[in-house]
Ligand binder design. Structure first.
Ligand code: HEM
Length: 177
């Protein structure tokens, strides 16, 4: 097991954070869109409780990942054969992931704090869940969700293009070993 990355592949810590974050973010997209469309207040509260905890976990993982890159590890170089434009696009998508994930977590926390839903979900307070659209952070949270879907699609499409069209075994760089 190699904890840190090398010039041509990601280390175990970076790869583990990557795949764990990917699974949790997919769960957040599904649970968020489902919760937003729910009418049964008990089921909605149950789903939002999980959604908020997983969202907080993704925030911690994202900050941990930033600290890991800043203080402990260096990214591998770009895969061979990438054009300058492809390398720039990849960097922009990766940077936007950080911005959007932190924005989603901040706006989610903001929604619960401003609306008083945090005490209903987590402190046993009685009352009905608020209409979140009455609170400003609901709008960046909704917009960010769609931006995140677009980023995930672009990211997955680029990885598959490398793997199956360029045949450069890109996915092996991010395997947990
Ligand atoms: C960090 C990543 C997060 C992602 C990817 C995410 C994703 C989503 C998505 C896709 C929606 C539905 C948006 C829509 O239909 O327009 C949503 C709604 C929501 N999320 Fe998150 N979320 C995250 C973090 C959080 C956190 C940390 C909290 C709370 C602490 C939270 C609380 C909520 C609430 C209250 C709603 C609104 C449900 C409604 O409108 O009825 N989210 N989220």
């Amino acid at each position: 097991m190699r904890l840190k990355s090398t010039a041509d592949r990601y280390g175990t810590v970076a790869a583990a954070i990557h795949w764990l974050s990917a699974a949790l973010v997919l769960g957040l997209l599904v649970s968020g869109f489902r919760a937003a469309g729910m009418v049964d207040p008990t089921a909605k509260a149950g789903l939002l409780r999980i959604h908020a905890v997983v969202g907080g976990t993704v925030l911690v993982l994202t900050l941990a990942r930033m600290a890991w890159w800043l203080f402990a590890d260096h990214r591998p170089g770009d895969p061979a054969g990438m054009t300058r434009l492809q390398a720039r696009a990849a960097r922009a998508v990766h940077l936007l992931f950080y911005v959007v994930l932190i924005g989603m977590a901040a706006s989610g926390i903001g929604m619960l704090a401003l609306s008083g839903a945090a005490s209903i979900l987590f402190a046993g307070a009685t009352g009905t869940l608020p209409d979140f659209t009455a609170y400003l952070p609901r709008y960046p949270h909704g917009l960010g969700a769609f931006l995140l879907v677009a980023l995930v699609l672009a990211h997955v499409a680029a990885a598959l293009y490398h793997q199956f069209v360029m045949r450069d075994r890109l996915l092996a760089r991010m395997s947990i070993h």
